[in-house]
Design a binder for this molecule. Structure first.
Ligand SMILES: C[S@@+](CC[C@H](N)C(=O)[O-])C[C@H]1O[C@@H](n2cnc3c(N)ncnc32)[C@H](O)[C@@H]1O
Length: 276
């Protein structure tokens, strides 16, 4: 079902639907980048954090993040990925955003569906914040699995960041597979209150690196629409799907308000994103 209400800007298409149903409507070989920030199978319902409410955010949203173990999670993901493959261009990139709970299961699934030769990177999003424990190393990163639709044929434009060397001051270098980008602080302007919202700076790096200008980015679990805002600002087209009506409403509002990069704090190419 196409979302009702105000239209979104030209080039962005929002679907209030289950991922599985909405991808059946996509044109074959039309997507340059599939980025999915999946439910993490935490076993709980994710809600707008109380501190976001205290900071004046009016969004009050939630989504269920429960599956019957890892089999239940993979049983949910497999048919959705399979149904999406025909919509991907031969040069498409696939980015699955997960964490320690399901990343290893999802990697085996991708090897199975696409073939191990399609593996490109296991990216680490190092975000700094998070709980520590006296019993283990602090868990302060998410995992992003990067696969190509066709081995060796995917689009890629390596992100660049400033060098830290005094000798090379003012120069940039290619970014590594560790993306050190701060998570969104509670008072940040971009914070909507939607649970598990990802920083625009992270999506800016991924969208620019893994899709061409004018290409089409698909986010089938789009939540508050971060990927679609990044696509808008980077001159890509976008398709967002979410089964939550609250998510689609927040995403539509954000996309309509999206401003050029210079006024949003999104780093331009060659500038370093917020450090963790
Ligand atoms: C981790 S959140 C995405 C957050 C998003 N990246 C952001 O920055 O706001 C996962 C989203 O997946 C959605 N979702 C879960 N199952 C879905 C399904 N079967 N089809 C479509 N969306 C789904 C949830 O409603 C939730 O908004």
């Amino acid at each position: 079902m196409k979302a009702k209400g105000q239209p979104t800007p030209i080039g962005i298409d929002l679907h209030h639907a289950d991922w599985l149903d909405a991808v059946a409507t996509l044109a074959p070989a039309s997507i340059d980048l599939l980025y999915a920030d999946l439910p993490f199978a935490t076993g709980s319902t994710k809600r707008t954090p109380p501190n976001a409410k205290r900071a004046g955010r009016t969004v009050n949203a939630s989504y269920a993040d429960t599956f019957a173990g890892s089999d239940g999670f993979i049983g949910w993901l497999r048919p959705r990925l399979l149904a999406t493959l025909p919509a991907l261009r031969p040069t498409a990139c696939i980015l699955l955003h997960l964490d320690w709970r399901t990343c290893h299961h999802a990697r085996l699934l991708l090897d199975d569906l696409l073939g191990p030769a399609c593996f490109v990177n296991h990216l680490i999003w190092s975000y700094g914040l998070g709980g520590s424990s006296p019993r283990r190393f602090a868990r302060k990163h998410d995992d992003i699995l990067f696969y190509a639709r066709t081995p060796g044929k995917h689009y890629f434009d390596p992100p660049r960041v400033p060098t830290t060397s005094n000798l090379l001051r003012g120069k940039s270098k290619k970014m590594t597979d560790v993306l050190a980008i701060a998570s969104i602080n509670n008072m940040a302007r971009e914070r909507t209150g939607y649970p598990t919202q990802k920083p625009l700076a992270l999506l800016d790096v991924l969208v620019r690196a893994c899709s061409p200008t004018g290409g089409t980015v698909l986010d089938p679990c789009c939540g508050s629409g971060t990927t679609l805002v990044a696509a808008t600002l980077a001159g890509r087209k976008g398709i967002g799907i979410d089964r939550s009506a609250q998510a689609i409403a927040v995403a539509r509002k954000r996309i309509r308000e999206a401003r050029p990069a210079s006024t949003t704090g999104v780093p331009k190419r060659g500038k370093q994103p917020g450090r963790a």
